[in-house]
Write a protein that binds this ligand. Structure first.
Ligand SMILES: Cc1cc2nc3c(=O)[nH]c(=O)nc-3n(C[C@H](O)[C@H](O)[C@H](O)COP(=O)(O)OP(=O)(O)OC[C@H]3O[C@@H](n4cnc5c(N)ncnc54)[C@H](O)[C@@H]3O)c2cc1C
Length: 292
């Protein structure tokens, strides 16, 4: 496709963008932010909207702020912004670890958190981290603002509850507690620039020693959307998180995930790897906690 064959509008501010979305619901439009997903699919002729809406320069959507007991991240914040944020490193370490694993440096510099969420890939690396941080997606239109809990946002691969006239404006997270530690683990087909075969995020609240007070776990690429591992979570408080307990939780993970076979991996390999990533993640978490 030639660039001259595309219609692109570049709104000057958020209101302008919402107005364009509002007045164009009777034909297909698509937002372009960092373009790392959009350009690939445009070239493959999978995404051919009548109008592209280029929001990359809406700087009002690029921020990371502490607001009472929450953290607000503007949708246009890049993965590099997240990796370099002292606030997120301290209060949302699991998201920082996930953002570090998104492709290579170029992807992290261009790709945005809003774009990773809106693409709604079951393998999207930031999404399991957002699940364990109880994220809410802020969707804004001229009709108003909605805060959608992340677990209600995804319907299936590439499908979300975002309406045609809505833009993701921010992602809202809870802050991790002082005694809470997180970990993100990823298995990809190669070291960098690769979509996850399985990914795993976990954030747990610890007492002194190895006693866990509870936590959240989520897997990507093992179901049509990212899933919470609630049976595994319920085991976190049964006993001290020693090697044997971690292995028992990993065995339950093997049963709890529901992967499919596709070009990247078989279902049974994904089950084995989900279990292994959970075991490795919890061992790393306990090592970090004991050396804090
Ligand atoms: C080589 C390569 C490697 C990659 N590796 C990884 C990886 O390891 N892990 C991973 O998770 N992803 C990976 N990706 C995918 C991609 O880089 C990320 O998903 C990125 O975060 C997308 O952000 P973006 O700003 O570039 O989105 P864009 O490409 O601009 O947009 C993606 C989609 O989101 C929509 N969108 C964007 N912003 C908004 C908004 N604010 N409101 C509503 N809709 C919006 C667009 O309309 C479009 O449908 C890779 C991509 C490539 C090309």
């Amino acid at each position: 496709m030639l660039v001259s064959e595309m219609d692109v509008m570049t709104p000057i501010d958020l209101q302008d963008c919402l107005h364009i979305l509002h007045t164009s619901t009777n034909y297909e439009t698509r937002i372009i932010a960092g373009g790392t997903d959009a350009v690939v699919r445009m070239k493959d002729e999978k995404w051919l909207p009548a109008l592209w809406i280029n929001i990359k320069d809406l700087n009002e959507l690029r921020f990371i702020q502490e607001v009472k007991d929450e953290i607000h991240i503007g949708a246009l914040s890049t993965h590099t912004d997240i990796v370099q944020s002292p606030l997120l490193t301290k209060k949302a370490d699991v998201l920082v670890q996930a953002a570090k694993e998104v492709g290579a440096t170029q992807m992290q510099n261009m790709g945005t958190l809003g774009g990773n969420v809106a693409t709604a890939s079951p393998a999207g690396d930031t999404i399991p981290a957002l699940y364990v941080l109880s994220a809410k997606i802020e969707a804004t239109s001229l009709d108003g603002v909605r805060h959608i809990p992340i677990e209600e946002f995804f319907i299936g691969p590439g499908k979300t509850t975002l309406k045609r006239n809505e833009l993701i404006t921010k992602i809202i997270l809870r802050k991790q507690l002082e005694n809470e530690v997180g970990v993100f683990e990823k298995l990809g087909p190669r070291k960098a620039q690769s979509i996850s075969i399985v990914n795993f995020a976990c954030s747990i609240v610890m007492e002194d020693g190895r006693k866990c007070l509870g936590g959240k776990m989520a897997f990507g690429s093992v179901a049509p959307t990212v899933i919470r591992a609630k049976k595994c979570e319920s085991m976190l408080t049964l006993d001290e998180l020693n090697g044997e307990m971690i292995q028992n939780i990993a065995k339950v993970a093997w049963k709890e995930v529901a992967p499919i076979t596709d070009v990247r991996a078989t279902a049974s390999y994904r089950r084995d790897m989900a279990s292994a990533l959970l075991e490795r993640g919890l061992i790393r978490l306990m090592t970090r906690w004991n050396h804090r």
